[in-house]
Write a protein that binds this ligand. Structure first.
Ligand code: SAM
Length: 232
């Protein structure tokens, strides 16, 4: 009996952004492990899917991996979803896969891990930013303290666009940190796929002025793309 672990991408805002295959997987699997069961319960309710939900977040990833291996060994089909977007992209999921894949490769667990691709804030932002994204660097969330200054210096001199995730209450801090680097072009992609989706771009100073004039636009979720001016 061969078990299956499906890593399923889910919407980043608009609940219609889910693939037919993701819906079929969530319907057909034996159990869904979710970063936050309350968030996933809303998605399941929208599509009238009734399924056993178990929590697996960053803190429990290692512990729950053993439980999932035991399920795969008896041939179960397990699905994993994070709160939004593609699991493993600045989300729990990659550690789970890295803990389970060796058992499969060593042959101690007869199972398959499959990707059910779909939305990600990273690709959604790049698709509408209007920058040359043939090649880019993705760094996820910047460290808050240790390593932050080094990361900022690297971003400022990067020849490739750098994409990062940032929470709304740290956007202004980030722009202030980048304000010395006038040769940077910043794109803020906010609330992607939601009612208030917007893209604004400019130098760090221009964006600080924009946000000061429109404080309501500091709400929501942000992808930040930092690119050298010469590449725009
Ligand atoms: N795994 C997710 C993905 O594939 O996009 C990312 C999860 S990470 C914990 C959450 C961050 O992604 C947010 O803080 C924000 O930076 C970004 N994000 C998620 N949804 C977004 C949206 N609708 N609009 C803009 N940024 C978003």
């Amino acid at each position: 009996m061969r078990g299956k672990l499906s890593i399923v991408a889910t919407p980043i805002g608009n609940l219609e952004d889910i693939t037919l295959r993701a819906l079929r997987t969530l319907k057909e699997c034996d159990v869904i492990y979710a970063e936050d069961t309350r968030v996933t319960a809303k998605l399941l309710a929208r599509y009238e899917i009734k399924k056993s939900l178990q929590r697996l977040d960053a803190a429990t990833e290692a512990k729950k991996a053993g439980e999932i291996i035991a399920r795969l060994e008896i041939g179960e089909h397990v699905a994993y979803v994070s709160d939004a977007g593609t699991p493993g992209i600045s989300d729990p999921g990659s550690r789970l896969v890295s803990l389970i894949r060796p058992s499969i490769e060593l042959g101690t667990c007869s199972a398959k891990i499959e990707a059910i691709p779909g939305p990600s804030a990273l690709t959604a932002a790049l698709s509408i930013a209007g920058i040359d994204s043939a090649a880019f660097t993705f760094i996820g969330f910047l460290p808050h303290k240790k390593g932050r200054q080094t990361a900022l210096k690297e971003i400022a001199v990067s020849k490739l666009p750098v994409v990062l995730y940032e929470s709304p209450h740290r956007i202004e801090k980030l722009l202030r940190e980048l304000v010395q680097s006038q040769a940077l072009h910043i794109t803020l992609a906010r609330e992607l796929t939601k009612i208030h989706e917007e893209i604004v771009s400019g130098t760090p100073a221009e964006l600080l002025a924009h946000l000061a004039a429109h404080p309501d636009r500091l709400r929501g979720e942000f992808v930040v793309i930092v690119s050298p001016v010469s590449r725009n």
